[in-house]
Design a protein around this ligand. Sequence first.
Ligand code: DC
Length: 222
Amino acid sequence: MVITIDGPAGAGKSTVGRELAKSLGFTYLDTGAMYRAVALAALKSSVSIDDANGLDTLCPGLVIKFSGSRILLNGKDITEDIRTPLMDRLSSAVSAVPVVRTHLTRLQREMARGIDLVAEGRDMGTVVFPHAEFKFFLTASPEERARRRKGDIERKGIDMPFEEILAAIRARDAADSNRPVAPLRPAEDAVLVDSSELNISQVIELMTRHVKNRMRASTISP
Ligand code: DC
């Protein structure tokens, strides 16, 4: 069974996805981390984000794997390296390149084969897993997402003005939503969850209840 969670940056998808997967005994797949891994690989190999041919050659040689909550690129742990403001921008840019999306879509479907999965990203319910049993679209206002992001950044000891974080969030929303290939948008059959006024535990509870109620009401079993 596949459960998809799509939504903009900073809506809480990762925390919610991880917890939902844990409570259901499913595997969690962070597809944003995979786009970040490709962006990091391109940076390290000096392949420009505008160079579609270069990216097409680069992608098949990349081994992207998860080990618990860590992500490995060609065997190297890159979990921290991909979480920087530069990688926010580069991953958004690389995710608009069709050859990269084709490559990662294939890989994500392979990773889902034969297992129960909570898949989180931007196009999980619309493109990668259109037949997923449960689809959620998790969002929150840009201001609330910027507040949460500021908290995350501060915990890493970095001080960044709120306005700068908000502008970066708005820019990434616009880039992710307006690209021609697999833009960020809710699937028609997705349940919309606005987390602006809810804390993470409330969101997890709401989603878990929705999944369990529907499983109980039908013959679906995990
Ligand atoms: O969720 P994230 O912030 O780690 O994602 C990084 C970038 O990757 C984001 O700006 C958009 C892109 N992305 C995507 O296009 N499709 C996905 N399924 C996941 C992420």
